[in-house]
Design a protein around this ligand. Structure first.
Ligand code: DMJ
Length: 630
């Protein structure tokens, strides 16, 4: 159009150009194109253009990323970025990838892809996570698994030094027995309840419960690392295959933030750190994203219940308060979610919880169990190291240890809290038993819950970093509390401990009513035996641990798995028909560790989350993505 208006110009073709002009024009165009592409390849890595055109999507060899849910577009934007293939195992270790899947070996496994994870297309709305750090836009995030493994101070599975020593053969036999119990628990679950959250051994079926918002397979996820460390290779592959093929995150129920975090996120994170298998990392991050709406409260203190239904902001229990042990037991897992995703949002959420707790006034230095996520005030003055409070204290000392002893804030909070607990809650019974009572606005309930028995192990773990003059005292305190918890077992007919035990009316370390006399396969007492064993090597802890093994075999083993019992004071107790997932995650794991060498999951390299899932200590000298400076 424009050209026609130029006087004297005669168009020679529909384009209005003569042949030589056309040639020159094409030459110019092709020069321009070459220049553009050349520039594209020479531009620096972070260039926007390069990102647009070359959006790098390297994958593990053999991985095919597909959308899992029919009707959902593959969530390309929201996938955590890929990692390199798993590292070579440390010296003396098996390569987990060489553990051939039994189903694959038999040739019976039908797969649409060679191996590797499917990626969930279910990122939480409004909380989708960019895959890189601020300032690194466009640089794909990579977690350097090889570097992480090379920084471990011990082979993950230890050197198995005791296996060649004849005098140790009794310990080896005991360890083998515990391994057999795990195998039996797993196989029973697999046979009658595979994919359900837990097994009901009497009715020989599965149980879903209402804690997990529609998520399934709690027992699978909780078992992964225990199967791995016991070298139950076939069973580990069965569990892994289930996670790959059947662990769906597109659920829409209401879940306990705490339970999903400690069991599912914790289990997946550990499985990743132990094996380097991407499927575990990806699913942990995807699930972590689904938990984020719980933090959308005026204070950032999360609600206890999160709705997985998109658009609902975690106000399923509006008006109620949040529980210290629940919002206080996210720190370890959330820092690792940041570490493995490169995204700060997870770390920010838990740092904010810390900030709120730091600022708020504490009665006598104590942390009450209930806090309003709206006002940020304590709701009532009930303090306990058992249920409702327990793992908050545990996560303080473990945050310190997991940070490679750089998180001074956690360290200070822990020792200050412990001092207050000692001053106001600690007691010695007339019979000489040390126990931690519960505190209600200044009045003491002279009872200890089974849950509080983890504190022997915690205090032992923290003793080494206390002030010089307090170390021996804390070691002794840990031993005394653990002894009291042992008494609660020893004073029952079954040699298993009740849910709660009292110190009053001349009765000590026993339950006073039937409603507190049950045992649901809980781990806390053997957990303390394990820590005390590692600290002291006093054979009493293995003796006590073995008493538990025998009691479990006698009273809890049924034809189709292990079950809790309703009354520890009856020599013919009724079963509760439930094989709790934490029995496989914790009780059997701690027992196995108790009868193993100290370098199997060395405490120099690992901290256990409150569901006994091992998470690595940060040995890197940098401030790191997740750890930050403290
Ligand atoms: C586990 O889920 C965890 O140990 C949690 O911290 C407390 N309760 C159970 C086991 O008793």
């Amino acid at each position: 159009m424009l050209m026609r208006k130029v006087p004297g110009f005669v168009p020679a073709s529909p384009w209005g150009l003569r042949l030589p002009q056309k040639f020159l024009f094409l030459l110019f165009l092709s020069g321009l194109v070459t220049l553009c592409f050349g520039a594209l390849f020479l531009l620096p890595h972070s260039s926007r253009l390069k990102r647009l055109f070359l959006a790098p999507r390297t994958q593990q060899p053999g991985l095919e990323v597909v959308a899992e849910i029919a009707g959902h577009a593959p969530a390309r934007e929201q996938e955590p970025p890929p990692n390199p293939a798993p590292a070579a195992p440390a010296p003396g270790e098996d390569d987990p990838s060489s553990w051939a899947s039994p189903r694959r070996r038999k040739g019976g496994l039908r797969r649409t892809r060679p191996t590797g994870p499917r990626v969930e297309a279910t990122a939480a709305r409004g909380n989708s996570i960019p895959a890189s750090r601020p300032g690194d836009e466009g640089v794909p995030f990579r977690f350097d698994f090889n570097a992480f493994r090379s920084r471990l101070r011990h082979p993950v599975l230890g050197t198995r030094a005791d296996e060649s020593q004849e005098p140790q053969s009794q310990v080896r036999a005991q360890r083998e027995k515990i391994k057999e119990m795990m195998q039996f628990a797993w196989q029973s679950y697999k046979r009658y309840a595979m994919g359900k959250n837990e097994l009901r051994p009497l009715t020989k079926d599965g149980y879903e419960g209402n804690m997990f918002g529609g998520l399934s397979g709690a027992t699978v996820i909780d078992s992964l690392d225990t199967l791995y460390l016991m070298e139950l290779k076939e069973e580990f592959q069965e569990a892994k295959a289930w996670v790959e093929e059947s662990f769906h995150l597109n659920v829409s129920g209401e879940a306990s933030l705490f339970e999903v975090n400690i069991r599912y996120i914790g289990g997946l994170l550990s499985a990743f750190y132990l094996t380097g298998e991407e499927v575990f990392r990806i699913k942990a991050i995807r699930l972590g994203e689904k938990l984020l709406p719980a933090f959308n409260t005026p204070t950032g203190i999360p609600k206890g219940v999160v709705s997985f239904k998109s658009g609902n902001w975690g106000w399923a229990t509006a008006g109620s308060s949040s529980i210290l042990a629940e919002f206080g037991s996210l720190h370890l897992e959330f820092l690792h979610l940041t570490e493995l995703s490169g995204n700060q949002v997870f770390a920010e959420k838990v740092r904010n919880i810390r900030k709120v707790l730091r600022k708020i006034e504490k009665p006598f230095g104590l942390y009450p169990n209930f806090l309003s996520p709206v006002s940020g005030n304590w709701v009532q003055h009930h303090v306990s190291v058992g249920g409702l409070g327990d793992s908050f204290y545990e996560y303080l000392i473990k945050s310190w240890l997991m940070s490679g002893k750089t998180d001074m804030e956690a360290k200070n909070m822990y020792y200050e809290a412990l001092e207050a607990i000692e001053t106001y809650l600690l007691n010695v019974s007339p019979g000489g038993l040390t126990y931690i009572a519960e505190w209600r606005g200044g009045i003491l309930d002279h009872k200890m819950g089974h849950l509080a028995c983890f504190s022997g192990g915690m205090i032992a773990l923290g003793a080494e970093d206390a002030k010089e003059e307090k170390r021996a005292h804390y070691r002794e305190l840990a031993a005394q509390i653990t002894k009291t918890c042992h008494e609660s077992y020893a004073r029952s007919d079954t040699k298993l401990g009740p849910e709660a035990f009292w110190f009053n009316s001349g009765r000590e370390a026993v339950a006073t009513q039937l409603s507190e006399s049950y045992y649901i396969l809980r781990p806390e007492v053997v957990e303390s035996y394990m820590y005390l064993w590692r600290q002291t090597h006093n054979p009493i802890y293995r003796e006590w641990g073995w008493e538990v093994v025998l009691a479990l075999e006698k009273y809890c083993r049924t034809e189709a798995g292990f079950s809790g019992i309703q009354d520890v004071y009856s020599s013919t107790p009724n079963h509760d028909n439930k094989q709790q997932s934490f029995f496989l995650a914790e009780t059997l794991k701690y027992l196995y560790l108790l009868f193993s060498e100290d370098d199997l999951l060395s405490l120099e390299d690992w901290v256990f989350n409150t569901e006994a899932h091992p998470l690595p200590v940060n040995h890197s000298d940098s401030s790191g993505r997740a750890w930050g400076r403290h």
